[in-house]
Each structure stands twice: as structure tokens, then as C-alpha cells.
Design a protein around this ligand. Structure first.
Ligand SMILES: Cc1ncc(COP(=O)(O)O)c(C=O)c1O
Length: 412
């Protein structure tokens, strides 16, 4: 369940990669996104979890909480809108210099009404694309595979997208969307890349750079805070991990933290890619309670960035993610109760799995001096499933979080 990636190295961020993904382009994406009413105005919290750190035997655990990013419920709110904006700018380039701020506020709706965008999704990306298309005024078609829950389907349709359901899995839904686009003259806005299709997924990944940009300034504003030593990143097709790792790699250079990618055992396409030395497919059933991570094929573009910098790849079981959701929801005296969805909990679950086993912890260099970052990539994006798993509704956990914050402020 844990392998060392022998192809990763500690060198400064290479120039040829910086030409594709850079902190500069990530900051521009963040500036464009800041005009969208579906992105909350304040930065998302970076929680300090001292009790979790104590249990794990490390100095510090910070959790970046993307459940606060947007009413859309996940970090995916940062990807699709940027990619759609950049696609529109490319398509209409000859006609006018478009103002991205006006575009995301729907002021070019007449111009883009002839545009249809399509994507496959396991939930969160499709919801963000549907919301972005609605905001800008173009038509959106979303292709869902058989395992996407009706609850997730309804939340996508609520943003006005036309939903098509296929019998196959995630990868078949990606193929289906590509075929429909080429038959109908539509444009694919996918978060995964494939042969000849890289510009849009690059823009999606670049949007995720908002998260590390905030983390770095949050860490810098904390006095006497040492740099991060370990970062756990959950993997679906690899876009989130690439978006975050590249930004931190460019920032820290050869002194970057250790990166660990965590996937469901049944959807281990990145783990298998590390073994193969190229982007490849998963070995399992590609079905998991971690719906956002249930991807059977790594994104080749993401892999180009992950292979040289991810130090370890690991897999976890559905039960590990469920246990992590419950632990984080429960909170403790010094750790706030947190609403963390199934895929959102995977990074924290990976940390817990490694630190439960002294040998595994030693292998990845986790010890009493380690300063660890995990990212909660979603809140209760499927609220009924969340309540069933945690035994408490997300609203009730949030109410306990508010009480915890109040008592923490009073105690100070
Ligand atoms: C909540 C959540 N976390 C993580 C991921 C993984 O992202 P990626 O597929 O870019 O690796 C996804 C993907 O949909 C997701 O929905």
C-alpha cells in the first residue's frame, strides 16, 4: 500500500515544467476567480489540529479546509470556471479582448450563448462546470457514469446542466463526452487530459493553485512557523496533486516538502503509474466510497508533473476514509469538529495509516519534528451519504464547530 517513487528528485522546479504550470499563471487564475459570486471572499481556514498531531506522533498537522471555498462544496470550484474562461478567451480571441471579470459575471452571455460545453464527471467537477457555464451564459452537458449517486446527479442538474447517464465507468464517461463533442461541435471542458487534449485540463489544474498560494501566506503570517515537511494529496486523475505540488515545488525549490499521494485501493491509477513509469490504468474495480477519487486512468498531463516530484504513492481502504471522516467530525478539546466529505478525508486518512505503523512512518520520515499538511477537498457534497457515514448531519457538525470556536475564543 506504500511505494517509493524512484523517479522523483529534489531539484529546483524545472523551467520546461514552469512553461506549462507556474505560480504566476496560478495567481492570475486566482484573480479571475475572485470575481465569481460562487467563490467565497475570504480565504479558506488552515486549521491547526494539535490532538491529531499528538496521536500521529508529529509536531504539527495543518488541514486546509476547502469545504469553505464555495457553495458548490469542493475545491473543484477553482478549476472548471478558470478553464471555461480561458477557453472562451481562446475561441473569441480574434473578435475582442475579453474582460474576464465581465465574462464570469455573465456580461458576454449573448456572445457565448451558441457555445455548448461538455464533460464527464464523478460529481464535483461537473457541478462546478455547470455552475460556471450558467454564470457565463453557455450551454452545459454533463455525462455521468453508473456509480455516480442520484444525490450528486440532482445537485448538478440544479445548475441547469443537461445530464446524460451512461452504463459504464468514469473512463467510459470521459470517452463518451469526447465522442459527443466531436459529433456535435461542442467543446470538452474536462479535468483529465488525453492524447491531443491538454490545454483545458492544464487550466483546470492551474486554478487549484489558489489553494497553495493561500496556504503559504497563512503559514508566513504565523510567527516562528517552520516550513512544511510533508504534504498529503489525494489522487483521482492527479490534477489536484499536480496543481498543488507544482506550486509548492516552484516556491520551495529543492527544499520542497515530501509529497505523498493517497488513492483508494480499488482506483490506484497513480500508484500503478509510479510502478509503470508512465500514466496508466488502475488495477481494481474503480468503485469507492471516495467518489471523487474513483478514477481508473491517470491524466497524462498531471503525470508529467507528478512523476518527478511525488516521493511516495499509497493506497487506503474505504474504511480508512470513513474512520477519518468520523474522527474529523468528532473533533476534540483542541481540534475543531470539521465537515469532511469522503474524498476530502483521504489525505488525513493516509497520514493516520502511515503513523499507525512505526516502520511505515520511518520510511516516509514522519517523526516528532514533522510539520504535516493535509487538504480537505470537499465538505458534505452528498449530504445524505455524509449523514449515513458519520451518524450526524453536516449542519449538526457545523453547529458543534461554531460552539468549539466560541469556547476556544473565550478560553484565550
Ligand atoms: C473532493 C475531491 N477530492 C479530490 C479529487 C481528486 O482530484 P483529481 O481527479 O484532480 O486528482 C476529486 C476529483 O473529483 C474530488 O472531487
Amino acid at each position: 500500500m506504500l511505494i517509493v517513487n524512484s523517479r522523483s528528485s529534489r531539484i529546483p522546479y524545472p523551467e520546461e515544467l514552469r512553461k506549462i504550470m507556474s505560480m504566476k499563471a496560478a495567481r492570475e487564475s486566482g484573480a479571475w476567480l475572485s470575481h465569481w459570486d460562487q467563490i467565497n471572499r475570504s480565504v479558506t481556514p488552515l486549521w491547526d489540529l494539535p490532538d491529531a498531531a499528538k496521536r500521529a506522533g508529529v509536531a504539527q498537522v495543518n488541514l486546509k479546509d476547502e469545504s469553505f471555498r464555495s457553495p458548490l462544496g469542493s475545491f473543484k470550484a477553482l478549476g472548471a470556471p478558470v478553464a471555461l474562461m480561458r477557453l472562451i478567451v481562446r475561441l473569441w480571441r480574434s473578435e475582442a479582448a475579453l474582460d474576464p471579470k465581465a465574462l464570469i459575471k455573465g456580461q458576454y452571455a449573448d456572445m457565448v450563448s451558441s457555445l455548448t460545453v461538455i464533460s464527464a464527471t464523478d460529481g464535483n467537477h461537473g457541478k462546478s462546470l455547470a455552475a460556471a457555464a450558467k454564470a457565463m451564459g453557455c450551454r452545459c452537458v454533463i455525462v455521468l457514469h453508473a456509480n455516480v449517486s442520484v444525490e450528486r446527479e440532482k445537485s448538478i442538474a440544479a445548475y441547469g446542466a443537461e445530464v446524460i447517464r451512461i452504463a459504464g465507468n468514469y473512463d467510459e464517461s470521459v470517452e463518451h463526452a469526447a465522442k459527443m463533442a466531436s459529433t456535435n461541435g461542442w467543446h470538452v471542458v474536462s479535468d483529465t487530459s488525453y492524447d491531443g487534449y491538454e490545454a483545458v485540463p492544464r487550466d483546470v489544474m492551474q486554478g487549484y493553485g489558489v489553494i497553495p498560494a493561500e496556504i503559504l501566506s497563512q503559514l508566513e503570517s504565523t510567527p516562528a512557523r517552520s516550513p512544511l515537511t510533508h504534504v498529503f494529496l489525494q489522487g483521482g486523475v492527479g490534477g489536484l496533486a499536480a496543481g498543488i505540488a507544482t506550486y509548492l515545488w516552484e516556491h520551495y525549490g529543492a527544499e520542497r516538502p515530501t509529497f505523498i499521494v493517497v488513492e483508494p485501493r480499488q482506483a490506484d491509477c497513480l500508484y500503478q503509474s509510479a510502478i509503470a513509469g508512465r500514466a496508466t490504468v488502475a488495477t481494481g474495480s474503480v468503485d469507492s466510497v471516495m467518489a471523487g477519487l474513483a478514477c481508473g486512468e491517470a491524466s497524462p498531463l498531471a503525470w508529467k508533473f507528478l512523476q518527478p516530484c511525488i516521493d511516495y504513492f499509497m493506497t487506503i481502504d474505504d474504511g480508512d476514509a470513513i474512520a477519518a471522516m468520523r474522527t474529523l467530525a468528532a473533533g476534540s478539546e483542541r481540534d475543531a469538529p470539521l465537515v469532511v466529505g469522503e474524498s476530502g478525508a483521504a489525505g488525513f486518512a493516509g497520514l493516520m495509516r502511515l503513523t499507525e505503523d512505526a516502520e511505515l512512518a520511518r520510511t516516509v520520515g514522519l517523526d516528532a519534528t514533522s510539520r504535516v499538511l493535509v487538504i480537505n477537498t470537499e465538505g458534505a457534497t452528498a449530504p445524505v451519504a455524509y449523514t449515513k457515514i458519520v451518524g450526524e448531519a453536516a449542519e449538526a457538525v457545523m453547529a458543534r464547530q461554531r460552539e468549539w470556536l466560541l469556547s476556544a475564543t473565550t478560553a484565550r
